[in-house]
Design a protein around this ligand. Structure first.
Ligand code: MN
Length: 296
């Protein structure tokens, strides 16, 4: 069964105790199964409060982050790459502590625009670093979902094909792939083909519109994306991600270039997104069956 999630930043800027309560209540009221929690530094989060809130509202967490320049696991500087490994292991620990099993996001490099392409040292340090993190994560029941993001947000993995080569190099079955409709719309020749190529190595999916606002009000062909997920028999989480100038944190706004307010009413955009994703997947499952495809 597919689970439906929403990024906390649909509702709140950060994950303080008050914001955690607001976002968990809102996601639960909207009908989601999962809330995606941005944790960049576990020491700044009250993990016990988060765990208790999630239990109270019966929500499963996904943890997501983008590494920073000083924890860039792909750095050619061994001490910076090591800081990235250490930060990722701390994030994995925090994820397990709140009852989660997936760490997603920009975790193969820093989350930033690079001015140069990656070197062999960058690539190899990221592979070796994430292999070590994945081995630690396995002992805690956690899977790494490496997000494929567009060229303006990383230089290392911009397409599903890049990601497949990368996770093959890591060689750990809990180091898998996270695809995002917004990034695929920019970089992939065909988003549905990208999903098919990933197959069982797809661990997490972000659904967002090309302008990051209300689903169905932009130019992404979600029908093909849902069809590809249904045909692949995807059974992970499909998470709504949206960012508006009204609710994005200053840090995330800077990284993801969120300058405009594309929605004001967070509860409305969240509720409508869940209905859009559920209906899209239901129609896709029917379409696959009608076409004589995969048996559910
Ligand atoms: Mn995303």
């Amino acid at each position: 069964m597919v689970r439906y999630g929403a990024h906390a930043m649909v509702w709140v800027k950060d994950w303080t105790a008050d914001e955690a309560a607001t976002a968990v209540k809102a996601a639960s009221a909207a009908g989601y199964d999962t809330i995606e929690i941005p944790i960049f530094d576990p020491q700044l989060v009250d993990l016990a409060q988060t765990r208790d809130l999630l239990r109270q509202y019966a929500l499963t967490p996904t943890v997501s982050l983008g590494l920073s320049a000083d924890t860039d696991i792909s750095s050619a500087d061994a001490s910076i790459s090591r800081a990235g490994v250490d930060r990722m292991v701390a994030i994995v620990d925090a994820t397990a502590a709140i009852g989660g099993s997936i760490v997603a996001g920009v975790i193969a490099s820093a989350w930033q625009k690079y001015a140069v392409p990656p070197t062999a040292a960058n690539y190899n340090n990221s592979v070796a670093g994430l292999r070590e993190v994945a081995q630690e994560a396995r002992t805690r029941g956690v899977t790494l979902a490496i997000e494929v993001v567009n060229r303006f947000e990383s230089n290392l993995i911009n397409t599903a094909a890049d990601a497949l080569r990368f996770v093959d190099r890591i060689g750990e079955d809990n180091a898998r792939i996270h695809l995002d409709s917004f990034h695929m719309h920019i970089e992939e020749p065909d988003a549905a083909l990208a999903i098919s190529l990933c197959g069982p190595r797809l661990a997490y999916v972000h659904i967002n519109e090309n302008h990051r606002g209300y689903l169905g009000t932009g130019s992404i062909d979600f029908r093909r994306i849902f069809l590809a997920l249904a045909q692949a028999g995807y059974e992970g989480t499909i998470a709504f991600e949206a960012f508006s100038g009204a609710t994005a944190s200053p840090s995330t706004a800077g990284k993801a270039a969120i300058w405009r307010s594309v929605y004001e009413d967070a509860d409305d955009v969240g509720r409508r997104a869940l209905a859009f994703m559920q209906q899209g997947m239901e129609l896709a499952e029917r379409t696959v069956r009608l076409a004589g495809g995969r048996k559910p």
